[in-house]
Ligand binder design. Structure first.
Ligand SMILES: O=c1ccn([C@@H]2O[C@H](COP(=O)(O)OP(=O)(O)O[C@H]3O[C@@H](CO)[C@H](O)[C@H]3O)[C@@H](O)[C@H]2O)c(=O)[nH]1
Ligand SMILES: [Mn+2]
Length: 347
């Protein structure tokens, strides 16, 4: 099996259950280093299948490493995975949920998600003009007639958002009215999300370039003690997309697919996400109308400017958003603590 960039990519897995799913992924994942974020009870022992190279962090580790900034990392929510993005020192991250397994393409061939995500990340994005034949850099495709040649070089790709066969990532209301709906449709396409368009980024099967967008991949304040859950990846998706648009880098969605095996409880999910369902009707226009200043030329500065705009622009909805803005600042402080600029390392 191919294991591209095995020395440049970490796999981040949040888990509050177990890691048995890694047995099925072994042919594809074993060459890579894993960063496991153990959520919930830190005294519980999580078994990692033999033969994997990994580091594992539980809540005690997060508190020990981040100290007075640890509060910004969620507890009892998959949002905890972003701590893995912070501690990694690799250029690329792939994150996957522990109930996602190897899917098969229409020919029955098992899908090597890392191979496809890396292809997506290493080929340019086309956010400024939509190519109707989808990914023009793919074997057997190209830019179609009328596509401006001045734009055909594309821009660097920051994120690669994969999809899911079987259990789709639906919100609780949709899941409640369509409990038996399964995604059986394999769409053989990768496309760039156009500039100025937001998208619902799901953390289930996601890869990104840490150098290009890692510092904005904060999954927010969710789970225990918070008024909202299951909007962790959505929050990160909105923040990263406006910053990618500002910095002129791209976000792709489509291939590869994973097999999402388990539907979480829609009633529990409704309790977690209901505030998000009506808050997002104000949050999304906020992001759609947001512009970042020209002086914000790197991800960290963009993110701190965004935190300030969140405090001012969303604080009226609920005091939660001021706390979330504080969390965004604490996240960058933690990011800088664990990822000091290269120059400061030379001293
Ligand atoms: O308290 C928790 C709950 C879960 N996890 C780990 O996070 C992922 C996703 O958990 P699960 O599969 O139960 O949730 P889904 O509803 O299928 O996930 C979708 O909703 C998003 C919620 O944010 C999530 O990213 C989507 O994939 C598993 O690995 C759990 O073990 C946790 O760490 N803490
Ligand atoms: Mn799941």
């Amino acid at each position: 099996m191919s294991a591209p960039l095995a020395d440049q990519l970490d796999i981040v897995i949040p888990t509050i259950r177990n890691l048995d799913f890694l047995e099925e992924w072994r042919p594809f994942f074993q060459p890579y280093h894993l960063i496991i974020i153990q959520d919930g009870d830190p005294t519980k022992r999580i078994y990692v299948p033999e033969g994997y190279d990994y580091e594992l962090y539980n809540r005690n580790d997060i508190e020990r490493i981040l100290g007075d900034k640890a509060w910004a990392i969620s507890f009892k929510d998959s949002a905890c995975r972003c701590f893995g993005f912070m501690v990694s020192n690799k250029k690329y991250i792939y994150t996957i949920d522990d109930d996602c397994f190897v899917a098969k393409d229409p020919s029955g061939k098992p899908i090597n998600v890392l191979e496809q995500h890396i292809k997506n990340l290493l080929t340019p994005s086309t956010p400024f003009f939509f190519n109707t034949l989808y990914d023009p850099y793919r074997e057997g495709a190209d830019f179609v007639r009328g596509y401006p040649f001045s734009l055909r070089e594309g821009v660097p790709t920051a994120t690669s958002h994969g999809l899911w066969m079987n259990i789709p990532d639906y919100d609780a209301p949709t899941q409640m009215v369509k409990p038996r709906e399964r995604n059986k449709r394999y769409v053989d396409a990768v496309m760039t999300v156009p500039k100025g368009t937001l998208y619902p980024m799901c953390g289930m099967n996601l890869a990104f370039d840490r150098d290009l967008i890692g510092a904005a991949m904060y999954f927010g304040l969710m789970g225990e003690g918070q008024p909202i859950g299951r909007y962790d990846d959505m929050w990160a998706g909105w923040c990263t997309k406006v910053i990618c648009d500002h910095l002129g880098v791209g976000c792709k969605t489509g291939l590869p697919y994973v097999w999402h095996s388990k539907a979480s409880n829609p009633f529990t999910n409704l309790r977690k996400e209901y505030k998000g369902i009506f808050w997002q009707e104000e949050i999304i226009p906020f992001f759609q109308n947001l512009t970042l200043s020209k002086s914000s030329t790197n991800v960290e500065d963009c993110y701190l400017e965004l935190a300030d705009k969140v405090r001012k622009g969303l604080g009226h909805i609920d005091p939660y958003f001021s706390k979330l803005a504080d969390g965004m600042v604490a996240w960058i402080e933690g990011w800088r603590l664990l990822n000091p600029p290269a120059a400061s390392l030379e001293k």
